[in-house]
Each structure stands twice: as C-alpha cells, then as structure tokens.
Design a protein around this ligand. Structure first.
Ligand code: GCU
Length: 678
C-alpha cells in the first residue's frame, strides 16, 4: 500500500526505457559482507537496484562485464585497493563515486575510507537513479561539512512524544530489549540515507530512569540496531539524577560525590554501549534542574559531565535554551546574556546547542545572536523538524527555506560572509567539534511524520546537516522525485508549492516579525488576545504589544536593546526601522499603525494584506494539488488533498481571528475592498 511507510526510499520500478539504460551500468554487483555495515550496504544496493530495475544485478567477486558496480574500501576490497584512489582525506564518512575501467570493463566504483562512507556512497548512488540522473560518467566526491548530524527525539519513556504529531514514540520501551521492532532498522536506513549519524533517544525534559540498568539494557539493544548504519546513540539526562537515582543529597557539580557518581554512571553506560555518543542536557530551563540550583554556572555543570565522559570519548551537548520569567529582561536576550560571558570556559568535549532563533522555533525568527558571539565554544545548531508552531501534522509547510534562511544569514562578526553556516561548520572560528540537531517529527504513524509532506522536513534537515550550503529548492526537488514521481509535470508545480509554503504559514500566522501568538500551552491556532497566564513570557500580548497606537516588540535601543547583541553593522541596521528587513519589522520595533511601509501602505493595511495573502497562498496550493491527481497514487493524493483543505480552513481561522483582534485594539477600519470570509 502507498501509505508513506517507505519514505523517500520507495525504489518503485522505473519506466522501462530508463531502467534499460541503467541496467547497462548495473550488470553485476561486487560488495563485501564481512562487517555489519558492509552487509547492510549490500542489502540496500540489492533492494534498491532490485526495486528500481525490476531485478537486482547478480553478486559476484570479479569484474567480468561492462556495467559492474564495485563498492568498498581499499582495505575491504582488493579491486578497489588496485585503483589506488586517495581516500585518506575522506575521513570516516566521505566517499567517491567514479566511472572507471576495471579489467577492461566500464565499472562504477563507490569508494570510502571506512565502511560507513561506502554506505553513504551507496545511498547517494541509488539517489541518482531515483532522481533520474545519468550514471554513465560519474566523478563525485562528498564529505560532510558537519561532524555530528543528530536527531533529538522528544520521546518520553511512557511513549508520549512531546510536541509530536505523528503518533507515539517509535521506541517500544516496554518490549525492549527482547523485541526489536523491524521499524528500528527502517528508521536507521532512512537516517543513513541522508547522513544522520546520531540519535538522542529521549526527551530533553528527561526522566532520570533512562540511566537505570533496566533502561540501559534497552538502550544497548537499540544501539545494536543503529550501529551498522553509522548511527550513535545519545541520551538526554536529568541533571539531578544523582539525587533521584544515587540517593545523594545534592547534584552540585562541584561536589566530589556528585562527580564520582557521574563518572561511575558514565563507566557503566559504556559497558552497555561502547560507542555511546554522550549526553544532551537541558538545565535550568523551564523548571529543569541544573547547576544554578547550587549557585554554579552552566560551564560548571557541563564540564563536570564532560569530565565523566571524556575517558570514553563521549561528548556533552549542553542546550542554550534558557530563559526565566523571574528575570525581567526581554526573553529574546537571555540566552546570550547567560552564555556569552562563559565563552572559552567549556571543556573541549562540550558543544553548546543553540536554537535557530532567540525565542522558540517560531515560523520566522531572526537568527540567534549567539551565533558568531562565542568563537571559543563550538556552537551547534538546533532546528525543530516537528511543526510545533507551524500547524502540527496537517499544514503543509516545507521547512527547507526556514533552515536555509538561518544558515545563510550573515552574522557579520568577521565582516561580510560570516554566515551562520560557517559558524556551525566550524570554518569561521576553527571549532574542532561541529554539529547540527533537529527535533524529530517521527512517530508510530505509518508514514512516520504525520503527513507525507512532513517527511520532506526530516529529509531536508539531514541533507543540510551534511552540507549546509545546499539549496532548499534542490533538496525539495530530490525529495519529490524520490517520494512521488520524476514526471516533470508533477515535479515542478509541487516543488514550487513547497517552496512557497512556509512563507504562507508566516503570512497567515505571524507576518512582519510577529511571534508567539498561538494558543497557550498546546500552541495550536491563534490566541493573540491571551494575557491571562501567570507567565508573561508565555503570553502573546507580551510579544505583540499592540495597543491603540501601534504594534510590535521594541527591541531597539529605546526598548530592550536586544539589537545590541548582534555585530555592530547588524545592530545598527536592526536598530533603525527603516533599514530593518520588513519580514522582521515587528520583531525589532514597536511602530504606529499608520507607519508607512515600503509599499506606501500603512502598517495596518499591510498587516491585513499579509494575513489575506497567507490564505490566498493556501488556496493556490489546493488549486495546484487539484490538478495533479493523475500523477500519483490515490491514497497519498487524497490525504494531501484533505490536509490542504484543513489548512485552508485553519489559515482562514488565523486570519480572521487575528485581524478581528488587532482591529479591536487599533480601532481602525478595514482596508477598502477587504473581503469578508465566504
Ligand atoms: C518549547 C516547547 C517545549 C520544549 C522546549 C525545549 O518551549 O514548547 O515543549 O520542552 O521548547 O526546547 O526545551
């Protein structure tokens, strides 16, 4: 059934002409199976080629005809060793794919320095076929630009996924370790196909139980499934675990007993999982315990854990997502204020994980000013793949452009070209460790991600973690071809629809730099009027500040002065409303309703126009999809169509509720010709 389970690894038969052409370059397959990684690589090539071409090429040991495919490392394959290709600088993960002559025969070689690199190369090779590219004259070389490419699962041990909209957790803790759901291996294949090499199994709001022997047995079993695919397991840990599990009176990071407890715990974990990746930690954030409970700082906390993991090669990923409603300062400023002074104070095996924007995964935020501000501390990107603030499962919002916008943003800290991508790939500040994390959108739904199009966000995250300079449009095109069809009449309109989809969400939810206007707690639907919560920092009116005079959060030098956290040229630009990009206008400025926008319209009219445009864009998406039914299976076609109908209804809800509310505050008439909802 076309239920989306196969993700972008569908391997359905290609058209006969295409298959015939490819078969000329797939006459025999020479790939070892001496290690688990070689074995899964061979399986994938057999499965992929078998599916795409109708039957898999026969396995063999030597090249005896034109069209052989040889995959391996110089160490694993004498054939590849003979070619004397230089593989040293490929590292563990890099690979070459080349069309060469072996024993007088045209041959395709997939070469790595390590089995894992060969596996990534095999997936790339299959992708070429899946996306209908020529494989006749290949000369490809790929190495990842970022070392740690991880998914953060916000999965609780009881199976609930925090901010998950695709069913329950895929980790069946209750049946582990003895029952290994085949889904785990499919999860690993999907991740390996896009280069993801780490998985944080549990929620950042962590339960201490994960570190008990009972659970470590289960973690070990999962690690065993993921390992052949080059994926290492990480765990989120609760900072107060020494109290909850160890019976200690304190979790003070400077207390020798506490330090001993973590060292022993780390030693124990590595007995279960010798290649364990390390800890992810949310500390002193939204009520979680942390070093500040004992008058210590974040570096004290991170370093204590880092010291426990260091003997085993583990790392600590410490989150910079901290803010407190007891702190009167603008929430957007707090992470920078907290962490910037600690630059250079962290151990070498600590990465600081920073959300893309200063607040919280909004449909649009300017990049976090921490990027570029901590040259002596490796900063790791945290994106959210699950659409907590972008319509949960049903709204079609391709996040590639959001990720790309952040990665390409120029921090200016070392002059022009100091992009966020160059901060996190380590090239700007010479970081030794580099990483990108995505909060997973994966659950037990048959299609894994809650909708077919949400799969694209997982895919795009992985591709950008491998190479943050890829274009989100090119990624969308790959994904559409792999997931649906190579038919040009389908690909082009669907890619265009995806590319505009995130901006549509921005328009109908939070245009012009507005943010955090969604329903309290659950974060679904509009609630810009809400001001009843005990915490101002979770309250929409705190963020939009609309009154009869105007709207927007004043973060310029006359307000919270958050602009000053950016490099001088940007600070100056953002400090001036006339120079601030209009997409971020109300993020940085509180402006009168009759402020003149670049279009010549008033701010009020323009705001209304954006909301309306958002709805129109969704109508257009539905229209586009309506014409495409003949190109794909009815099952997926219909679900997408139904979800787009939900999206249109809810875009209208956002627009009407928001405009009605803001009008009640501004007291201004609606623009002439404003069409009431039909
Ligand atoms: C958001 C989200 C929480 C999550 C938090 C975090 O605030 O709503 O569910 O725990 O981010 O990233 O820690």
């Amino acid at each position: 059934a076309e239920d989306g389970y196969d993700l972008w690894l569908r391997y359905r038969p290609l058209g006969s002409a295409q298959a015939e052409t490819y078969r000329q370059h797939a006459s025999q397959l020479i790939v070892g199976a001496a290690t688990p990684t070689q074995t899964v690589t061979r399986q994938e090539l057999l499965r992929g080629l078998g599916g795409l071409l109708g039957h898999a090429p026969p396995l063999s040991d030597s090249v005896s005809s034109d069209g052989a495919i040889v995959a391996g490392t110089p160490a694993s394959s004498p054939l590849i060793a003979q070619l004397r290709l230089s593989t040293k600088d490929l590292g563990r993960d890099g690979y070459l794919i080349r069309s060469v002559i072996v024993a007088g025969h045209a041959t395709t070689v997939i070469v790595g320095n390590d089995d894992v690199g060969v596996m990534y190369g095999a997936f790339h090779f299959l992708r070429l076929l899946q996306t209908a590219q020529s494989i006749a004259h290949l000369d490809l070389r790929e190495t990842p630009r970022i070392k740690l490419r991880v998914l953060d699962h916000w999965d609780n041990l009881d199976g609930h996924v925090e901010r998950g909209y695709a069913g329950n957790s895929i980790w069946d803790w209750q049946k582990l370790p003895d029952w290994l759901d085949p889904r785990y291996a499919d999860y690993a294949r999907a991740n390996a196909s896009i280069g993801i090499n780490g998985s944080v199994l549990n929620n950042v709001n962590a339960n201490a139980q994960i570190l008990t022997p009972l659970y470590l047995e289960k973690v070990k079993a999962l690690a065993g499934v993921l390992r052949p695919y080059g994926i290492r397991v990480f765990l989120s840990v609760r900072f107060s675990s020494p109290i909850e599990l160890g019976g200690l009176k304190t979790a003070d990071p400077l207390d020798p007993q506490v330090q001993r407890w973590w060292r022993a715990k780390a030693d124990e974990i590595y007995q279960y999982v010798p290649d364990f990746g390390g800890f992810l930690v949310k500390a002193n954030s939204e009520g979680q315990p942390g070093p500040q409970d004992y008058g210590r700082n974040h570096a004290d906390g991170a370093n204590m854990l880092a010291d426990a993991l260091a003997p085993h090669g583990g790392i600590v990923i410490w989150r910079a997502f901290v803010y407190s409603h007891e702190q009167p300062d603008d929430r957007a400023k707090q992470a920078y204020t907290e962490f910037k002074p600690l630059d250079g104070r962290f151990r070498a095996n600590v990465l600081l994980q920073v959300k893309n924007g200063p607040i919280d995964f909004q449909p649009r935020e300017p990049f976090s000013p921490l990027f570029g501000a901590m040259p002596k501390t490796p900063l790791m990107m945290e994106f959210q793949i699950t659409k907590e603030y972008l319509g949960f499962a049903t709204h079609l919002a391709y996040l590639g452009p959001l990720f790309e916008e952040t990665l390409r943003a120029d921090t200016m800290v070392q002059g022009k070209g100091s992009t966020v991508a160059r901060v996190i790939d380590g090239s700007l500040h010479g970081y030794a460790l580099t990483g990108m994390a995505g909060v997973a959108n994966i659950g037990t739904d048959r299609n894994w991600a809650g909708s077919d199009f949400n799969q694209a966000n997982w895919f795009a995250f992985g591709r950008l973690a491998w190479n943050p300079s890829l274009s989100s449009r090119a990624i969308a095109e790959e994904w559409v071809r792999m997931t649906f069809s190579n038919d040009e009449a389908f690909v082009k309109p669907v890619v265009d629809m995806m590319m505009g989809s995130r901006e549509a969400v921005v328009d109908y939810m939070t245009p012009l730099g507005l943010h955090h206007l969604m329903g309290n707690g659950h974060h679904y639907g509009p609630q810009p009027w809400y001001d009843g919560g005990p915490r101002a920092d979770w309250t929409p009116v705190y963020y939009h500040r609309a009154d009869s005079h105007g709207i927007g959060f004043d973060r310029d030098s006359s307000g919270s002065n958050a602009v000053a956290q950016y490099a001088a040229p940007l600070a100056a630009q953002f400090n001036d409303a006339a120079q601030t990009p209009e997409q971020d206008l109300l993020w940085f400025h509180h402006l009168p309703w009759d402020y003149r926008m670049r279009s010549g319209q008033t701010l009020w009219y323009e705001l209304v126009a954006h909301y309306t445009r958002g709805v129109d864009e969704v109508k257009q998406m539905r229209e586009t999809w309506r014409g495409l039914d003949s190109h794909i299976d009815a099952e997926r076609y219909q679900q997408v169509a139904a979800f787009l109908a939900i999206q249109e209804k809810e875009a209208q809800w956002w627009r009407d509720a928001s405009i009605a509310y803001f009008q009640s505050v501004s007291g201004l008439p609606l623009p002439p010709g404003f069409a009431p909802p039909q």
